[in-house]
Design a protein around this ligand. Sequence first.
Ligand code: PDD
Length: 279
Amino acid sequence: RTVYVNGAYVPENEAKISVFDRGFLFADAVYEVTCVLDGKLVDFDGHIARLRRSLAELKMTLSVTDEELLAAHRELVKLNAITEGLIYLQVSRGEADRDFLFPAEGTPATLVMFTQEKALVKSALADKGQKIMTADDIRWRRCDIKTVQLLYASLLKNEAKANGVDDVWMVLDGQVTEGSSNNAYIVTADGTIVTRPISNDILAGITRASLMRCAEEHQIKIEERPFTVDEAKAAKEAFTTSATGMVVPVIEIDGVTLGDGKPGPVAKRLREIFIQFSR
Ligand code: PDD
């Protein structure tokens, strides 16, 4: 694979990052995952807008323009002949001697990108539906910033696997915030989609924004309000969204089967609508 490191396209085994990189030492870095369908980027503008926001919130500067980022994404898709998969982008505050204080102004950020070829449309998990467990959301309260501090999400994902389920929904003050790496939704008895409003407690999913547009276009009602685990367990359906998962139905929460234990019609329909919309 060819990867991108600070303006250069290099074979992955020749790519180098300093041991003093702040992304490595402090998780002082932000990232984006953009999906590729039919060789084309999905919602690149949304991802770049969110990246700029993450950078601004952390007072990080990146001297690469949006146009250059787009060109690099396209170049990597071409060089690695990606038809379906993703592009990962990470920006760290750069290389500096270890210090909790930020490095001197003008220290260049570290920018890396790589690709992953991966089937997204055809998904065994989406066909089968995912089983979810819940866990306390003990993350810091700036989950709106897409930082690489993913250790808790990683621990939870492994706990899910150890418990024979697929993923975890995190719970804050009795209410679901989001999944380990996706946004969470339930479908009420009258077919309304419910999802937590945007705040510092969740990541504002780019897929979430697209899904809301899709739902509106198809006259499906969406209500932005927090919901409890009990409400989720009693829901007709549930699902998650993310760039790589798109829309994935949920069939079980903490051992309680939703509906008939198969992916629900609303989630299945939204997955189809979303894929069509993204192509
Ligand atoms: N995760 N919430 C969290 C905590 C996430 O990590 C993600 C994305 C989302 C969904 O955002 P989007 O629709 O923009 O992908 C919500 C990415 C895919 C990842 O970490 O791989």
